[in-house]
Design a protein around this ligand. Structure first.
Ligand code: GDD
Ligand code: MG
Length: 331
């Protein structure tokens, strides 16, 4: 089975972390988001994946010089200009000559979805495409999907106005497609899968969906990126080692429910709670970092306070004694 992984977006909502690193190359407790996604695909029988690239493509190529992740062979399709989700999937699928049932997915979704099971259900529906659906409290920032008792999609509405969503089951961003979907997008055209291709398939009655409510997070915002990483160490999803073995934590510093990346240094009296420190970060004496994300090699001055989803970009220096709540640094 082959898969197309969308990884070409600008990651705007995760700036400044994504100014120099594409969203899917951000670390999620020691592995990149992409490595987590590809390993999951590999565990469900995917042997080859093509990365649909646009923004900072060379960072992906350089990170995987042997073109494999977890035994899955990687291909790269770099769009000459952003083709949007539908254009990008079809450009990438054409680039490796996909001519059989395939998987396509948003590369910022971390899930325990049974992908092999989704493929089986797709085959039993006999349609052109099958979408995984997950329930959320606020559907307005997602694609909202209404189905009938047979699993056929009756309506696909991308990002409906608040309170107008017909359902709280949303497009969870993993699809099984027949190759005929590729023909729905003219080569080189900028087309949204959610706004154009899916509504056309709904009209043709060839789109199906499966509701599966297991672990699922779109890691595309500071809040959800923080959640997806911390869930790996706080027991919600697993209980991985949270502090890199070569990080240095002063004996009287406090680190609670947080991730401390490789080579990070935490000086005496610092307090880190529910936060992510990327590799090489230095936290000064008595600083407090709460519910926040600190980018690679950034330095937080002594007694500085970062709270409420403050996001510090790569290599940024935050002054001693400064206070930041809900800020992006640089803003
Ligand atoms: N190659 C390429 N080219 N990739 C792109 C492009 C493009 O022009 N635009 C976006 N992407 C990639 C992003 O990098 C991301 O992996 C994926 O496509 C989805 O884009 P997002 O920007 O993360 O979309 P979203 O989160 O607002 O909404 C999407 O995901 C939701 C579920 O997480 C939609 O598919 C919604 O319908 C869905 O509910
Ligand atoms: Mg997203």
């Amino acid at each position: 089975m082959r898969a197309v992984i969308l990884v070409g977006g600008f990651g705007t909502r995760l700036r400044p972390l994504t100014l120099s690193t594409p969203k899917q190359m951000l670390p999620v407790n020691g592995f990149t988001m992409l490595e987590r996604v590809v390993a999951h695909l590999g565990a469900h029988g995917v042997t080859e994946a093509v990365l649909a690239l646009g923004y900072l493509p060379e960072i992906f190529r350089e990170a995987y010089p042997d073109d494999t992740i977890a035994g899955v062979r990687l291909h790269y399709a770099v769009e000459p200009e952003p083709l949007d989700t539908g254009g990008a999937i079809c450009f990438a699928a054409r680039s490796i000559g996909i001519d059989d049932t395939f998987i396509a997915l948003n590369g910022d979704v971390i899930t325990d979805l049974n992908i092999a099971g989704l493929v089986r259900q797709h085959r039993s529906f006999g349609g052109e495409g099958t979408v995984h659906l997950t329930p959320v409290d606020d559907p307005s920032r997602f694609g909202v999907v209404q189905i009938d008792d047979d699993g056929r999609v009756l309506a696909f509405i991308e990002k409906p106005p608040a309170h107008e969503a017909p359902s709280n089951w949303i497009n969870a961003g993993t699809y099984v497609f027949e190759p005929s979907v590729i023909e729905r997008v003219p080569p080189g055209e900028r087309v949204s899968i959610e706004r154009t291709v899916f509504p056309a398939m709904v009209a043709d009655r060839t789109l199906y969906a499966v509701q599966e409510a297991g672990y699922w997070v779109d890691a595309g915002t500071p809040e959800s990126y923080l959640k997806v990483a911390l869930d790996l160490v706080n027991g919600v999803r697993s209980a991985e080692q949270a502090v890199a073995s070569d990080a240095t934590v002063a004996f009287d510093a406090q680190v609670t429910e947080s991730i401390v990346g490789a080579g990070a240094i935490i000086e005496p009296g610092a307090v880190i709670e529910r936060s992510i420190l990327h590799p090489g970060v230095r936290i000064g004496e008595g600083a407090r970092v709460v519910d926040s994300i600190v980018g690679t090699r950034a330095r937080i001055g002594a007694r500085a306070r970062l709270t409420d989803l403050t996001v510090v970009g790569q290599s940024v220096e935050v002054g001693a004694n400064s206070t930041h709540a809900g800020r992006k640094l640089p803003g």
